[in-house]
Design a protein around this ligand. Structure first.
Ligand code: ADE
Length: 244
């Protein structure tokens, strides 16, 4: 898989050379390119933004440098990922889908966003897919941090990236966990600062443990994320005993 980032802050992507992503690059599983948008400007001030047509606060990123940068970076089959609070929600399902693609290009906007024609032009190519995605209902200063978050969610799903495939499937939001939040987890010691690990987890009774974990996952989801459940389930499951 190849990942390219277009940004006015290339330094934001230094963390990509750390930890798992760094190792994936070293092992040849991942190729990464970071591109300074200002390298595609032609004026003395390397201008990338201007005032919005129609008026209003803030600045909008001009289409010319973006057009040149994307011409240089996009290839047949690329997915252009555009982090924006105005995008469709980025979910685990989106991550799974993107993990199957060979080339992702992240367009990291700043200010009030990128001139819409840049994205419309890319979308008009029949060999490129454009995905405007939002991490959640809050506003970041730019797309860089969101692009890193999307990268981490996607890259860990690429086969060969994480050692233990089973641990991926048991996680919150995976279909294998029924779309529930993950149950609470514990490790040694059995008692810490007067707090005991729930006895069932030390019982050796695998059926009871699975039942307890499912009950906890349901109760947690009903309390914290009722939007993930059908209304009847919220009432039924929120009453399960709280942890531990
Ligand atoms: N850029 C700014 N805010 C964002 C958000 N919530 N999600 C994705 N990209 C963003």
């Amino acid at each position: 898989m190849r990942l390219d980032y277009v940004t006015i802050f290339p330094d934001f992507f230094a963390p990509l050379s750390l930890s798992l992503a760094g190792r994936a690059v070293e092992s040849g599983l991942l190729e990464v390119g970071v591109h300074d948008l200002r390298a595609f400007t032609h004026d003395r001030h390397r201008t990338v933004d201007d005032t919005p047509y129609g008026g209003g606060a803030g600045m909008v990123m001009r289409p010319e440098p973006w057009g040149e940068a994307l011409d240089a970076v996009l290839r047949p089959g690329s997915v252009l990922v555009v982090p924006t609070p105005a995008g469709t929600p980025f979910t685990q399902a989106t991550a799974r889908e993107l993990a199957t693609r060979e080339h992702l290009v992240f367009a990291c906007g700043r200010y009030e966003g990128i001139d819409q024609r840049v994205l419309d032009h890319a979308a008009s190519r029949d060999d490129v897919e454009v995905r405007e995605v939002s991490l959640g209902d809050y506003v970041l200063n730019g797309g860089e941090v969101a692009a890193l978050a999307v990268t981490e969610a996607v890259v860990r799903l690429v086969p060969g990236f994480v050692g233990n495939a089973a641990s991926l499937e048991e996680e919150s939001h995976e279909a294998a966990s029924g779309g529930l939040l993950e149950h609470p987890v514990y490790t040694k010691p059995a008692t810490w600062r007067g707090l005991d690990v729930p006895a069932v987890l030390r019982s050796g009774d695998h059926g009871a443990i699975a039942g307890w974990r499912l009950e906890q996952a349901r109760a947690r989801t009903a309390r914290r994320r009722p939007d993930l459940l059908a209304p009847g389930q919220v009432e039924e499951w929120v009453v399960a005993p709280a942890t531990p």
